[in-house]
Design a protein around this ligand. Structure first.
Ligand SMILES: Nc1nc2c(ncn2[C@@H]2O[C@H](COP(=O)(O)OP(=O)(O)O)[C@@H](O)[C@H]2O)c(=O)[nH]1
Ligand SMILES: [Mg+2]
Length: 349
C-alpha cells in the first residue's frame, strides 16, 4: 500500500511523516525552496503475524509494508500550475490514498483554522481536476469529430466528472467515476481515497472540531510533534511515555488500520519453516488472484488453496490439530479469501 502525504505548507506534513515512519526528515517553519520528497517504508504491525512466527520459528518473518511519500512543495493550482503540478503528479499518481494533513496548532501567532484549511486544499484538488478534465475534453471532442480514435464513453464520463467538479465536489464520492477503468489513467486528485489527519499541537487536548468532512473521507487526529518525538525513542521508552501521558497505541498503527479499512484491504498469511509472511489484498479477491500476490507462476498453475483461518489454527494449537478437527479446507479458485486466512497454495508449473 502506498500513501501520499499532502497538505498546505506548514501544516506539519513532514512532522507527520516522521511520526508515522520514525524518520528524521527536516521539518521547517520556513517554507522556501523546493525539496525532494521524503520516502519511507514501514512494517504493518500485526499481532497475528507475530504469533504465527513464534509458532513456526521460520528463518524469516515478513510483514506487509506501507510506503509513505511526503511530497515536498505544494499543490497550488493558482501559482505556476504546469511545472509544480507535473512534479507533484509524478509522485501522487501511484499512491493508493492521500493522507491530508491539516494544521491544528498555533503557528507564529496564527490560530489554527482546520476547517478553512481543509476546504482550501480540497478546492485546489477539485480545481486541478477541473482543469485536467477540461483539457482532455477539448482534445477528445476534436478526435471524435475527426472520427479518429476518441472514445465517446470516455467523453460521457468526463462530462459527468465536469458537472460534479463544477459544483465544487470531489470525485471520490462518485465511485462510478472515481474507479472507472476508462478514466484510470488520469489519477484525479479529488478521486483518491483520503484520510484526513488533524495535526494537533501538544498543548490542546484531543477533541472534536467543527470540521466538515467531505463524503468518503476518513478522519483521525494525531498530535504530530509529540508522536514524532516518541517515534524517535526506543519502543520501551516510548511505551513508558505513552502510559504516563495516557496515550494509546502509536498514531502509525491507527493510521494503517484506517487505511486498510478505507481501501478495503485485508491480509492473508503463508507459513512454513523458511518464511512466515503477510500479504495484502483487496477484500473479495478470489483465491487464484490472491495467489498472484505471492507469485505469478502460482496464479497461473493454481490447483487448489489449502485454507485454515487464523482463529482455528490458534484454537487447535497447530496445523495438524486443526487438520484433524477438519478445519483445514480445500478451496477452489473462486473462493473469496478472508482476512486472516492461512493459505497453502497447490499449483503446478
Ligand atoms: N506546536 C506544534 N508545532 C508543530 C506541530 N507539527 C508541526 N509543527 C511545526 O510546524 C512547522 C512546519 O512543520 P512541517 O512538518 O515542516 O510542515 P510541512 O511544511 O507541512 O512539511 C515546524 O516548525 C514544526 O515544528 C505540532 O503538532 N505542534
Ligand atoms: Mg515538509
Amino acid at each position: 500500500m502506498k500513501l501520499g502525504i499532502v497538505g498546505l505548507p506548514g501544516s506539519g506534513k513532514t512532522t507527520i511523516f516522521n511520526a508515522l515512519t520514525g524518520s528524521t526528515a527536516e521539518t521547517s517553519a520556513y517554507q522556501g525552496g523546493k525539496k525532494d520528497p521524503n520516502l519511507a517504508v514501514v512494517k504493518v504491525p500485526d499481532g497475528r503475524l507475530d504469533r504465527l512466527s513464534s509458532m513456526y520459528e521460520p528463518k524469516k518473518t515478513t510483514p506487509a509494508r506501507v510506503h509513505y511519500v511526503d511530497i515536498g512543495g505544494t499543490v497550488s493550482v493558482k501559482k505556476d500550475i504546469d511545472s509544480s503540478m507535473d512534479e507533484f503528479m509524478r509522485f501522487i499518481h501511484p499512491v493508493d490514498a492521500l493522507v491530508h494533513v491539516v494544521r491544528n496548532f498555533e503557528r507564529a501567532g496564527e490560530p489554527p483554522r482546520p476547517a478553512d484549511d481543509l476546504d482550501a486544499l480540497e478546492s485546489e484538488f477539485v480545481l486541478a481536476d477541473l482543469i485536467a478534465v477540461e483539457k482532455r475534453m477539448e482534445r477528445l471532442k476534436k478526435e471524435i469529430a475527426r472520427a479518429r480514435k476518441g472514445d465517446p464513453k470516455e467523453l460521457e464520463l468526463l462530462k459527468e466528472a465536469y458537472t460534479i467538479l463544477e459544483e465544487g465536489e470531489a470525485l471520490r464520492a462518485y465511485p462510478e467515476i472515481a474507479q472507472s477503468p476508462v478514466l484510470r489513467g488520469y489519477a484525479f486528485l479529488s478521486a483518491k481515497p483520503c484520510i484526513l489527519v488533524l495535526n494537533s499541537g501538544d498543548e490542546v487536548g484531543l477533541g472534536t472540531t467543527d470540521l466538515r468532512l467531505p463524503k468518503g473521507v476518513v478522519f483521525i487526529e494525531i498530535k504530530g510533534r509529540l508522536e514524532m518525538e516518541l517515534a524517535q525513542l526506543s519502543p520501551e521508552d516510548a511505551g513508558l511515555f505513552r502510559e504516563d501521558m495516557g496515550l494509546e497505541e502509536p498514531a502509525t498503527f491507527r493510521l494503517i488500520r484506517e487505511s486498510y479499512r478505507l481501501l478495503g484491504l485485508i491480509s492473508f498469511f503463508t507459513v512454513g519453516k523458511d518464511e512466515v509472511r503477510a500479504w495484502t489484498i483487496r477484500l473479495d479477491t478470489p483465491a487464484q488472484r490472491a495467489a498472484g500476490a505471492v507469485h505469478s507462476d502460482i496464479e497461473r498453475g493454481f490447483i487448489k488453496a489449502e485454507v485454515v483461518s487464523y482463529e482455528d489454527l490458534m484454537a487447535y494449537g497447530n496445523y495438524s490439530g486443526a487438520q484433524k478437527a477438519g478445519k483445514v479446507r480445500l478451496e477452489g479458485k473462486e473462493y473469496l479469501v478472508q482476512d486472516g486466512d492461512i493459505i497453502n497454495f497447490r499449483f503446478n508449473v
